[in-house]
Ligand binder design. Structure first.
Ligand code: HAM
Length: 409
């Protein structure tokens, strides 16, 4: 048997776990400030949720889903993203009949069969938020303000927002733009890659997203979608830009930002960091006023985003933590176990080594763990009912009665 980890997955441990915990804790704090409640949806969903919700012609559904059949022949997937599951929850529990607005956030693993590389995994982790029930740009603004505050809390300074509006599905909006785009693309067919030629027919907006240098050059000249959206979408976009200016939120307009999921309408945005290398998108999101409808429910105005936790962790420097906790050192297992229990009852993070290692070796372990106090229980101490307490920060040493240890540390 080969004991190898599954390609594209990884164990999170040591500092990486500390970084994840730091990012998750800060996110919880900030989400709370903005009135979001946590939701935990299952990791498995029915395949249909994503084929209908995210779209058959997207990379996620077409190429990347971890699909399986259970013992009853039911087709399931490991969730590739978190938005459709949250929307499923809202629909199946008829929550919009009971609430005018809803705000949910989630954190957890997502699964996509992508080519693994630095910052791109097959099991990765997202922190996401979804806001339901507000059609105006105020909701869009909330997302930007929340994200800006979160980045500040986690000391991330090198991130930037990119913004676009991809309009709606009304005849005189995105569909009209698509026709114009297709005309443009067809007039440059000779310079487009195979994939883009195919997409010109199936999903022309995605051509704007192609990473092949020649295609990028061609689409630089392509018509800009935000200049071709309908009046109502344009009003929404203008209002959002005004609100962002009011709050001094910096962003860059990017007419080629179309996102890889089919459910978006109007506002789309991404968060980039130059320090991430090739996989530079730290997060993305947008408005998806049509998703409820796609899933067979009454339409609900919705907006949300997801951040890639694995990528944020690459950018995170943990704040310096003070040494804390104690290490109980000694060879008398009973006496050591009693003192350890006493320390833990008093709320101290407490370490010890029950292996009877030499005092020197135990001391080395205490140093490695960066504890604040070392409590030495030698023969002399046990006889006198005392313990030697060494403050590792000041090197001060004192002898304390065991019963007073609690108050001393
Ligand atoms: P997404 O752009 O597909 O959007 O993913 C959001 C973020 O997840 C990306 O910007 C990236 O940081 C991270 N990510 C995606 N795939 C991987 C991967 N294979 N490895 C590491 N990180 C990855 C969504 O998923 C939408 N559900 C966001 C949303 C919420 N839109 C509205 N509400």
């Amino acid at each position: 048997m080969q004991l190898k980890i599954v390609k594209g997955t990884r164990d999170l441990y040591d500092d990486e776990v500390s970084r994840f915990q730091f990012l998750e804790e800060k996110a919880k704090d900030v989400f709370k400030l903005y009135g979001f409640k946590e939701i935990r949806t299952p990791i498995m969903e029915k395949t249909e949720l994503f084929t209908k919700g995210v779209g058959e012609d997207t990379d996620i559904v077409g190429k990347e889903m971890y699909q399986l059949e259970d013992r009853r022949g039911q087709s399931l997937v490991l969730r590739p993203e978190g938005t459709a599951p949250v929307v499923r929850h809202v629909i199946t529990n008829n929550l919009m009949a009971k609430n005018r607005q809803l705000r949910y956030y989630y954190m957890g693993p997502m699964f996509r069969f992508e080519r693994p590389q630095k910052g791109r995994y097959r099991q990765f982790h997202q922190i996401g938020a979804e806001f339901f029930g507000v059609p105006t740009a105020d909701a869009d603004l909330e997302m930007f303000l929340l994200l800006r505050q979160y980045f500040k809390e986690i000391n991330l300074t090198d991130v930037s927002f990119q913004l676009n509006s991809i309009g709606c599905n009304h005849e005189d909006c995105r569909p009209t733009f698509k026709k114009e785009l297709v005309e443009f693309l067809e007039s440059h067919e000779d310079r487009l890659c195979e994939n883009c030629l195919r997409r010109t027919k199936s999903n022309p907006l995605r051509v704007l997203d192609c990473k092949v240098p020649l295609c990028i050059e061609v689409t630089e000249e392509a018509p800009k979608i935000y200049e071709h959206i309908c009046g109502e979408c344009d009003d929404h976009f203008e209002e959002l830009k005004e609100l962002l200016a009011l709050h001094d939120v910096q962003y860059e307009l990017n007419a080629k930002l179309v996102r890889g999921l089919d459910y978006y309408t109007r506002t789309v945005f991404e968060v980039y960091s130059a320090n991430l290398g090739a996989q530079s998108a730290a997060g993305g999101g947008g408005r998806y006023d049509g998703l409820f409808d796609l899933l067979g429910a009454e339409p609900v105005s919705s907006i949300g985003f997801a951040l890639g936790l694995d990528r944020l962790a690459m950018l995170t420097e943990l704040p310096e933590t003070e040494s804390h906790g104690v290490f109980v050192l000694g060879h008398d297992r009973k006496a050591v176990s009693q003192l350890v229990a006493l320390c833990r009852e008093s709320g101290q993070v407490t370490h010890f080594d029950p292996s009877q290692a030499s005092m020197k070796s135990q001391f080395r372990q205490a140093n490695k763990l960066d504890v604040k106090y070392v409590l030495v229980l030698g023969e002399k101490e046990i006889e006198s009912g005392q313990v030697t307490v060494k403050n590792m920060l000041t090197s001060e040493q004192s002898t304390v009665n065991i019963k007073d240890v609690k108050s001393f540390i």
